[in-house]
Design a protein around this ligand. Structure first.
Ligand SMILES: NC(=O)c1ccc[n+]([C@@H]2O[C@H](COP(=O)([O-])OP(=O)(O)OC[C@H]3O[C@@H](n4cnc5c(N)ncnc54)[C@H](O)[C@@H]3O)[C@@H](O)[C@H]2O)c1
Ligand SMILES: O=C(O)CC[C@@H](O)C(=O)O
Length: 388
């Protein structure tokens, strides 16, 4: 039996895919797989038996990636599975940033008991009038699954769209409307646009990227949308920009005490990916990827180990999966361990990604378990050995 622990509510559409070979457990210490959404995992003690963490979502800043890599735990996410949900909310947020919708609703609620409200509205409404987005310039920072969809939708709404992403993937580039202007410098984008939306991961390079300097480059009255992560925006800088009017509206999906104190910030409770459809898509993708890894050793959409499809399981013999550092002499040491045990390797695939690599070997016989496994595990840089 393989035990799976859920750290968050995971849609039953996903967990229902688990076959009889799996059992959901409340006991983390037994888990071979963890399913997680936004739960913070940095302070969790991960069990020795853990093989995989599947994030039902895009952002993985809640997961101790380096620690998992060192322990030979493969971390997956579900790229694109919730992108449409976020895109739709971002389009809604563009409207919130353009028209006095929030303030107007608040005004109506505050005047709910006024018997003359219908007349009073006509006088009050000019303070909430706002402007149209048609023809305005939108800067999209990060053109991945979400950013590319937002850029296309904004083009369809008649906006003049500018995109910045120094690492844009070929797939995202192909998916984008040719009307999106490609900008190579963030500063240029910040100087050019009236509206901004940020869709980058929260990593060392991006944390705090919208700081005092970035805000100072924007046009007066800019609108800034943040549906990625709170840490991308420097709170003091944004608070000051809102105070001075440099930024007219800051709309964020991340409620923090700092942002709740900001004058004029519109704050949503991390709603971007919370539609039923997105939760189902993410859960199904996360569960399928985790099962494929646990059963067959296949890696798809991992954020810390290389993609690798070792093909169908061998009909006779074992599959041995070695997670290791991406350093010289690793493959020959692995092959030597089998050679010395007089075991023939029928098939082998090796993939590397950054500091880590993955080698899958199909043996022509059952794995001579203890001796060879011990030898493989003893090679400096080997992080985990699995026998399937
Ligand atoms: N609000 C929500 O509920 C919600 C839902 C899904 C995702 N998110 C957040 O949105 C982020 C983006 O999601 P996605 O699915 O589009 O991810 P993605 O990986 O498809 O796209 C991220 C893009 O950012 C780009 N990028 C990386 N560093 C950059 C930099 N310094 N400058 C500009 N671009 C840079 C990458 O090249 C990539 O194209 C996630 O990491 C997550 O934090 C939030
Ligand atoms: O799981 C969620 O509720 C939000 C997920 C979202 O922030 C993501 O990064 O995919």
């Amino acid at each position: 039996m393989r035990y799976i622990h859920c750290l968050n509510n995971i849609s039953a559409k996903g967990t229902d895919l688990l076959t009889d070979a799996y059992e959901l457990t409340d006991d983390l210490s037994r888990a071979e797989g963890i399913l997680v959404r936004s739960a913070a995992m940095h302070d969790l003690e991960l069990p020795k038996c853990l093989r995989a963490v599947a994030r039902a979502g895009a952002g993985v800043n809640n997961i101790p990636l380096e620690h998992c890599s060192q322990k030979g735990v493969v971390v997956f996410n579900t790229p694109g599975a919730n992108a449409n949900a976020v895109k739709e909310l971002v389009i809604g947020a563009l409207m919130l940033g353009s028209r006095g919708i929030v303030e107007g609703i608040e005004w109506c609620r505050a005047n709910a008991d006024d018997p003359n409200i219908a007349k009073a509205v006509e006088k009050a409404k000019k303070q909430f009038a706002g402007r149209e987005i048609l023809g305005k310039k939108l800067g999209v920072i990060g053109l991945g699954a979400i950013g590319a969809q937002v850029a296309n939708a904004a083009v369809d709404l008649g906006m003049d769209v500018y995109g910045y992403d120094p690492y844009v993937s070929l797939g995202a580039a192909w998916s984008m409307s040719s009307a999106v202007h490609h900008v190579t410098e963030l500063d240029e984008l910040l100087r050019t646009c009236d509206y901004f939306t940020i869709h980058v991961p929260a990593v060392e390079e991006t944390i705090g990227m919208i700081d005092e300097r970035a805000c100072s480059l924007m046009k007066d009255g800019a609108v800034f949308l943040n549906f990625s992560r709170d840490t991308l925006v420097d709170n003091d800088a944004m608070a000051a920009a809102l105070e001075s009017g440099k930024v007219h509206a800051y709309i964020t999906d991340f409620a923090t005490p700092e942002v709740m104190r900001m004058k004029g910030a519109v704050v949503l409770p991390h709603l971007g990916a919370s539609t039923e459809e997105a939760e189902e898509n993410c859960a199904m993708m996360a569960v399928r990827q985790m099962m494929d890894y646990l059963e067959r050793g296949a890696i798809v959409n991992s954020v810390n180990y290389p993609a690798c499809d070792p093909g169908p399981m061998p009909e006779i013999g074992s599959r041995v999966c070695v997670l290791h550092e991406n350093v010289p002499n690793m493959i020959s040491q692995i092959a030597t361990a089998f050679g010395e045990a007089n075991v023939n390797i029928g098939n082998m695939v090796n993939k590397a990604r950054g500091e880590y690599a993955y080698t899958c070997l199909d043996l022509d016989q059952e794995m001579p378990y203890d001796a060879v496994k011990k030898q493989l595990g003893g090679i400096a840089g080997v992080r985990r050995v699995r026998v399937l």
